[in-house]
Structures are given as structure tokens and as C-alpha cells.
Ligand binder design. Structure first.
Ligand code: HBI
Ligand code: FE
Length: 263
């Protein structure tokens, strides 16, 4: 796959205001994430020296990341076609949007910007298990396109990579990028009594609809990153066939088989 969708980061084009927005978002999240986000995330921030001073330079960051798990990041202008996105993941290239939000969109933006992609997604790519999971997701995405199963597979991404929680001896912790890059949801996902928090179950997730414009009504909880990799190793073709025979589950609904996880 040629490097489709990839652009230059255009680092010099960032304004002081762009770097100031990064600093504000970075300081806000790093003030509230310790004790809420998994230790692997904080370890990744440190290992890659993703700091508060400003938007990181992608090539330097890729050189550090590649030494750890073989991943690099590539600059893209925004959302790219699914087949191109999957091909990058399968080749251990994570597409990172090169622009940053404006002040008026501090708390919510429709499309991922560099803070969501880089601060939210990249730190966990330093964890070997999660790095393998993301590359396997890319390979799975290419297969899913051929099977007309993209809508099901997108749910797995949504409920793990974007909004996943993990169980630890000290309680539930965040690992999803959509949460880690959001002030409101970093608080809500652990503190609010209203959302469901249920044990990760692959077939259940593939049936589960999700919200894109509000906090999640259901969070899935994994036991560990290696168990997430193990659960998603099998060939999904028969799993898709079986899931197709069941009804979809609305975002906030519970089914009898669900195993609720308390904080
Ligand atoms: N493109 N740049 C970018 N980043 C994403 O996270 C992304 C994408 N294209 C498609 C997509 N995500 C989702 O549809 C995945 O489920 C494939
Ligand atoms: Fe994302």
C-alpha cells in the first residue's frame, strides 16, 4: 500500500496559539489522569517524552516509538478512507491528524485533532501487547471489508481503543483514547453511576451500538492487555456469521449474560 493520505506535519506552520492550546489541553489532562488512567498510558507519555511545551515533532517521536514497538506515526489531514487507515495500522503506522483544535472547541470536536490522536492514542503504542493489538486490528479491518463486516469491527475499535476501561488491583482505569483526551469523560466514565460497566465480551461488543455525540452509556472492561490480544486472535469470519444471527444491542441496554463490573 503506498503511503496514501500521508502529508507533511508542517511543524513550522504551527502558531504560538496552536502550541498554547496544546499546553492547556496537556496540562488539564495530566492534572486529572493520574489515578484514573492505566499506568501503561502514563509510562508511554514518559517514554516518548510527550511533554507540555508544545505540539510534538512527529519524526522525533516516531524514532523513539519505533525503537520500542516498531510503530511510527504519519501525519494526515484528518479522517482518511477506512481501507487506507487499516493498511497503515497493519504496517504499524498510526495516522495522526496534524492540526489542533481552536479555543472555542476546547471541550468537544467532531473530528480527531492532533491532541486526540497523539495524546490519546500514541502513548499506549509503547505497550507491546497493545501495539500488537492495533496492528492485528488493521489486518482484521482489511479482512472485514471483504466480508462486509466493517460495522461490526468498528464497534470493537470504539469500545476498546477509543472508550475501553481496564481492571487493575487498584480499581478500574481508563485506556481508551477518546476518554484519555477528554476532561469530561475522564471523570464521568469512572465516577458517574449512570453508565453500564460490563466485562469485555467480543461477540457482545460486535452487537453493541454506540453513541458518537455524547458520553458513552456502556463501557467494556478488559482484565489485561494480553487477554485483549488473546480474545481477538481467532479468525473472525465464523464470529461475524454467528453475531449476524443475533439482534443488535442499543447503546445503553443490558442483556442477561452481561457481567457488571463495579469500580
Ligand atoms: N482516519 N485519520 C483517521 N483516524 C481514524 O481514527 C480513522 C480514520 N478513518 C476511519 C476510521 N478511523 C474508523 O472508521 C475506523 O473504524 C476504521
Ligand atoms: Fe481516535
Amino acid at each position: 500500500m503506498k503511503m496514501d493520505g500521508v502529508i507533511d506535519q508542517a511543524y513550522e506552520s504551527y502558531t504560538d496559539e496552536d502550541h498554547a492550546v496544546w499546553r492547556e489541553l496537556y496540562n488539564r489532562q495530566t492534572a486529572l489522569l493520574p489515578g484514573r488512567v492505566c499506568k501503561e498510558f502514563l509510562g508511554g507519555l514518559k517514554a516518548l517524552a510527550i511533554a507540555e511545551d508544545g505540539i510534538p515533532e512527529f519524526t522525533r517521536l516516531s524514532d523513539a516509538l519505533e525503537l520500542l514497538t516498531g510503530w511510527r506515526i504519519v501525519a494526515v489531514p484528518g479522517l482518511i478512507p477506512e481501507e487506507i487507515f487499516f493498511a497503515h495500522l497493519a504496517a504499524r503506522r498510526f495516522p495522526v491528524t496534524n492540526w489542533i483544535r481552536k479555543r472555542e472547541s476546547m471541550d468537544y470536536l467532531q473530528e480527531p485533532d492532533v491532541f486526540h490522536d497523539l495524546f490519546g492514542h500514541v502513548p499506549l503504542l509503547t505497550n507491546p501487547f497493545f501495539a500488537d493489538y492495533m496492528a492485528a486490528y488493521g489486518r482484521g479491518g482489511i479482512k472485514a471489508m471483504g466480508l462486509g463486516a466493517l460495522d461490526m469491527l468498528a464497534r470493537l475499535y470504539w469500545y476498546t481503543v477509543e472508550f475501553g476501561l481496564i481492571e487493575t488491583p487498584d480499581g478500574l482505569r481508563i485506556f481508551g483514547a477518546g476518554i484519555a483526551s477528554s476532561k469530561g469523560e475522564s471523570l464521568y466514565c469512572l465516577d458517574d453511576p449512570s453508565p453500564n460497566r460490563i466485562r469485555f465480551d467480543l461477540k457482545r461488543i460486535l452487537r453493541s451500538r454506540y453513541r458518537i455525540d455524547d458520553y458513552q452509556e456502556t463501557y467494556f472492561v478488559i482484565e489485561s492487555f494480553d487477554s485483549l490480544v488473546a480474545a481477538t486472535l481467532p479468525d473472525f469470519r465464523p464470529i461475524y456469521d454467528e453475531v449476524r444471527n443475533h439482534d443488535e444491542i442499543p447503546a445503553g441496554a443490558l442483556i442477561p449474560e452481561d457481567l457488571s463490573i463495579s469500580g
